[in-house]
Design a protein around this ligand. Structure first.
Ligand SMILES: CC(=O)SCCNC(=O)CCNC(=O)[C@H](O)C(C)(C)COP(=O)(O)OP(=O)(O)OC[C@H]1O[C@@H](n2cnc3c(N)ncnc32)[C@H](O)[C@@H]1OP(=O)(O)O
Length: 198
């Protein structure tokens, strides 16, 4: 996804390859070279290359954040990536490493913080706050002034009504309709969504 987005941005010729513990068939299909695991970063100078974080957040959402933080601590930068078909209001703030995928909409005054991923066709309405390394999965709808704190995952097709707050590292299940706040570290699923321990 991230690779396809980068290519759609015209960065294809500048993609050197990918880092992963093992080569991936999917990445081979995309004709990207496997450079090695994270240790291979040592071969590159932080002022010569930038990184795109391709780790998703299903299973263990903290992996995405840890990979970003480890590379950032070595001085590597993460550019903002915005697919050309995304609609982003000029007043929206996109921080380092934010990724806005195909068909997503980011409305007036929204703030998308470091390393957050706004996936395919997700809608982030006015003045939403999306914290560091949050993943808003495909097709999720966030109404106005929703807050999603650091590391939380909002599942595919979920709907969050205006003004609700999703706490740090919380998980909103796919298709949930969230009509109240979600506590940090909790999971919420269903219509209307009900909270339980992760
Ligand atoms: C580009 C991309 O692909 S990005 C990825 C986007 N994907 C997502 O956002 C997925 C988000 N994940 C989910 O919604 C998951 O289903 C989770 C995390 C909520 C639950 O996952 P698990 O813990 O593995 O639950 P599991 O599949 O074992 O199901 C447990 C029970 O919950 C139910 N359940 C699971 N997910 C949901 C859901 N989203 N809404 C309502 N009920 C659910 C199951 O039907 C099952 O019910 P049962 O015990 O009555 O049979």
């Amino acid at each position: 996804m991230v690779c396809a987005c980068a290519r759609a941005c015209g960065w294809g010729a500048r993609l050197l390859g990918y880092l992963a513990p093992e080569p991936s068939a999917l990445m081979s299909e995309l004709k990207l070279e496997h450079l090695g695991d994270d240790d291979a970063l040592e071969r590159f100078a932080p002022d010569q290359v930038a990184l795109l974080n391709g780790i998703g957040s299903v299973g263990d959402p903290s992996r995405r954040r840890r990979a970003h933080d480890a590379a950032a601590a070595q001085g590597f930068a993460f550019p903002v990536l915005t697919h050309p078909t995304a609609i982003i209001d000029p007043t929206a703030l996109l921080s380092e490493g934010a990724q806005i995928m195909a068909g997503a909409i980011v409305q007036i005054g929204a703030r998308i913080h470091a390393g957050a991923l706004i996936n395919t066709g997700a809608r982030i309405d006015h003045h939403c706050f999306i914290g560091d390394h949050v993943h808003i999965a495909p097709g999720a709808v966030l109404c106005g002034q929703v807050t999603v704190e650091t590391g939380a995952h909002v599942g595919a097709g979920a709907t969050l009504i205006q003004g609700v707050r999703v706490g740090q590292d919380a998980l909103v299940g796919a298709g949930a309709v969230v009509v109240g706040n979600v506590s940090s570290g909790m999971r919420t699923i269903g219509v209307p969504a009900r909270e339980s321990a992760l």
